[in-house]
Ligand binder design. Structure first.
Ligand code: FAD
Ligand code: DLZ
Ligand code: SF4
Length: 508
């Protein structure tokens, strides 16, 4: 008979995890289970499955080397039930523990499954903001806004503070962070981690079980241990952080990573702590190795956005996922899976997603997200897509970003206005339009950029809803001034495009 059975989930590979607090190596057992149900609830990118399994196997090996009793169930174990609850039940029968504990999972669905299986859930303390603190902060506020939350977090942690004031006199340097990548600038390649023996075994397992799964397994190079994640952080701080701010919103053909950190997988799996990332960036600024606009921009993503979306997810679930404020119902076009579209910006974002299980924020928000918003794609299908295709996607972080920020499906809980943009925005921030089959300067006609007509169709379709939103005043003023014949032509163009084979529905 064991003391405590301690379940560790695939995104909980953290040595200091709450589920491991007070572990007694003589009596306790740690359970990790690779299960088919978690691989198939959305059609995950194959690199994501491999990443989770490899990190789990490395973690299990590290625990075992410290003398911990680890019960590891692999995907091809013939007795594997295929579900986390099933594996908990089997492990209970094997070890007859006094109690079963786990750290609170990052998805509502898994939380329900584990509670139903009798697992005691412990708070996840791997974040900078405690969920009770977030609830208290949110209570009584008419509107929740990340910027105010972020300022509180800066004060609470002391990060980038000069006494009671923000370092540099401003809380937010976003206005300085909107540069296009100048031609001839090649960002330094991020350090990557070729598969070791454990990862190679996992890649073979995934290739066997998911031969037709979405995404390429070639070029898998994600950090899978805390040591590799720390090296990835050091590499980012030394080589890309200094330009992170300037080119944070830029997009460039053939440059999937630009000056981004690629740290989201390590953070979300728990290989790296958000506090360590923020401290390393602040230190780089204090030692003159990176400018303030870059460091503040990076810290805001982690201390601000990342903590804010988590707070919002747990505050609003489960109702949050069921909202559809803009009444969007169109099925997901096949090109979201194949990448086959003459729209160069979308083709680029989706093909690199297939290759790397990665796209940076502006591609997710202003290319695939913007198209989904303007075209009125069904939020359930879009959320499932984002949850499937990115290696860093876990619902607590994916859902508010997609449902709230990109799709405005929550009616403005997450964002103060929809992030809707025409082709002009994509042209300003990228070089994609140069090589596109469509002409970004045209809005009507066979070669017109589809984003232009879709944008005006979206504004006109939802004009009544947006009238009382001051942040939408400008596009609505432009709509009101538009020649009615021009608006009709734009709306007819949008309708014809949405009915064309170019946006026919499809699955992976
Ligand atoms: P960097 O640009 O280097 O940013 C540094 C870190 O800040 C990231 O590693 C990440 O941990 C954090 N961060 C940045 N922006 C956000 C944000 N909006 N919300 C939360 N954390 C943020 N991020 C995920 O981790 N998982 C997701 O499933 C996810 N889905 C998204 C879906 C949509 C529609 C959008 C618009 C954004 C989504 N994001 C998601 C946020 C962001 O796009 C990714 O965190 C980022 O692209 C990861 O790449 P990076 O590590 O190079 O980030
Ligand atoms: C994403 C994922 C995958 C692909 N596989 C597993 C698995 O086999 N076992 C596991 O414990 N977790 C897996 N995960 C992560 C879960 O789907 C889910 O996102 C987390 O448990 C939420 O905390
Ligand atoms: Fe995208 Fe339009 Fe530019 Fe083509 S022209 S790359 S569709 S924004």
């Amino acid at each position: 008979m064991a003391g405590t059975l301690r379940l560790v989930l695939g995104d909980q590979v953290t040595p200091t995890l709450s589920a491991l607090h007070g572990l007694d190596p003589a009596r306790d057992v740690v359970l990790l289970a690779e299960v088919m149900g978690e691989c198939t609830y959305v059609p995950h990118h194959r690199q994501k499955i491999a990443l989770v399994f490899s990190a789990m196997r490395h973690f299990a090996a590290a625990l075992a080397s410290r003398g911990v009793r680890v019960d590891y169930v692999s995907l091809d174990d013939p007795s594997n039930t295929g579900s986390l609850a099933g594996e908990v039940a089997r492990a209970v029968a094997r070890h007859r523990p006094l109690r079963v504990v786990a750290t609170h999972p990052g998805e509502w669905r898994v939380r329900c499954d584990l509670l139903a299986a009798g697992v005691e859930l412990l708070a996840d303390d791997r974040f900078l903001c405690d969920l009770d603190w977030f609830r208290r902060w949110a209570a009584g506020r008419k509107q929740l806004r990340m910027e105010f939350f972020y300022r509180e977090m800066r004060r609470a942690t002391g990060l980038l503070m000069a006494g009671k004031a923000p370092a540099g006199g401003e809380w937010n340097f976003d206005a300085a962070n909107r540069k296009r990548l100048p031609s001839g600038v090649t960002p330094p390649s991020p350090r990557r981690y070729p598969p070791d023996a454990i990862t190679q075994e996992v890649l073979a397992l995934v290739a066997t079980h998911f031969p037709d799964g979405f995404g390429s397994l070639d070029g898998f190079a994600w950090p899978v241990t805390p040591e590799q994640a720390e090296m990835a952080l050091a590499d980012f701080i030394a080589h890309r952080l200094p330009s992170f701010g300037d080119y944070q919103d830029a997009m460039a053909s053939g440059q999937p990573f630009l000056f981004h950190s690629l740290l989201s997988t390590s953070l979300n799996l728990g290989l790296l702590s958000p506090a360590v990332c923020c401290a390393a960036a602040e230190q780089a600024w204090r030692e003159g190795r990176a400018p303030l606009n870059a460091v503040e921009g990076f810290i805001r993503q982690i201390l601000g956005w990342r903590e804010y979306v988590r707070g919002l997810y747990w505050l609003r679930m489960p109702d949050y996922a069921a909202t559809n404020a803009l009444g969007a119902t169109r099925p997901l076009p096949a090109f979201y899976w194949s990448g086959e579209t003459p729209m160069a910006c979308l083709a680029s974002a989706i093909s690199q997603t297939r290759d790397h299980a990665y796209a940076h924020h502006i591609q997710r928000l202003m290319v695939t997200g913007n198209f989904a918003l303007l075209a009125g794609l069904d939020p359930v299908a879009v959320n499932a897509w984002y949850l499937a295709v990115y290696a860093d996607a876990f619902e607590w972080v994916e859902l508010p970003n997609t449902h709230g920020m990109a799709l405005f499906a929550d009616g403005g809980v997450m964002a103060s206005k929809p992030y809707a943009a025409s082709g002009a925005y994509i042209n300003r921030m990228s070089d994609h339009c140069r090589d596109c089959a469509y002409d970004v300067r045209e809005s009507v006609g066979p070669s017109a950029c589809p984003f232009n007509a879709l944008y005006w169709d979206f504004i006109a379709r939802h004009a009544a809803r947006f009238r009382d939103n001051p942040r939408m005043a400008m596009p609505l003023r432009n709509l009101d001034r538009m020649d009615p014949a021009r608006l009709s032509a734009l709306r007819a163009q949008a309708a014809a495009f949405l009915d064309s084979p170019a946006v026919a529905a499809g699955s992976p």
